[in-house]
Design a protein around this ligand. Sequence first.
Ligand code: NAP
Length: 296
Amino acid sequence: MPDQLASAPLALSPIVAGLWRLTEWKLDVPARVRWIEQALELGITSFDHADIYGDYRAEALFGEALRTAPALRQRMQLVSKCGIRLRSAQRPYRVNHYDTSAAYVRTQVEQSLRNLHTEQLDLLLIHRPDYLMDAAALAETFAALTREGKVAHWGVSNHSTSQFALLHQQHPLTTHQIELSVLMMNALDDGTLDQAQALGLRPMVWSPLGGGRLFNGDDAQAVRVGEAMTPIAARLGISLATLAYAWILRHPSRPHPITGSGRLEGLREAVAALDVTLDAEDWYAIWTASKGHPVP
Ligand code: NAP
């Protein structure tokens, strides 16, 4: 793959489709192809994978669809992650652990390329912070895989700001994938979103609907947030899900929410949020409900 491809700036679609739950959707190959086409038609061109999703099987399901309809690859950005060694039947580790060694990252990247039937990943993220990470050595691995055309851009997920900075100073990272939603707001206070803004790096946001807890949670926080959001959504004429996405998109770091829905309507509800701009009072009303107290 030519170097110029590797150095083209990363352009993710405003909404990214997440494939964590793909194995649960029970789609046959033609249905998977159709699902991808429909996402693309909605303007969702970036697809978020990880080596471990679906017990290490989700990437290959998606890749099977790409093998059937190879022209789709040119219309999308493929994101994957590695670094978690998750115990499974084929991988009987003594304990779940993290591994960012050169050999392991290379092995997993090459496996993701085979699974996804592609020659290059547009973005590869280190899934969780490896306490044994040697930042200089990992940066060398990044550089080698970039030179070989196997990965165009690099990032991390779920890192602290100092862990992010440690790696970023060794090799430029293009994004930080983090959890943020009306039910999980730590990134507002722990410096993660400040760092993203300071560096001009748009974060990717996982579990934007709290993994579905916004709809089915019966805990006090989920109930409070649902009660606060319902009248706002009604006034704006949008669904609860669209409002939850709009709450994320309102942040000035310009996050890319990652959908988790297998339903086309779930993708539509995410895209609809791109046309909604919440005012600060609505945004803070949801913050207040989530925290259970007003701003100080
Ligand atoms: P999410 O959008 O918070 O949750 C998706 C779940 O909510 C699905 O089960 C979905 O079911 C359900 N849902 C959506 N709309 C609903 C509605 N109106 N009523 C009832 N249920 C509804 O996202 P997520 O799946 O947790 O995460 C999204 C993506 O983020 C993943 O696919 C993955 O790519 C990424 N991720 C990354 C990390 C990381 O560590 N980096 C961790 C977790 C996830 P339906 O399919 O029926 O809509």
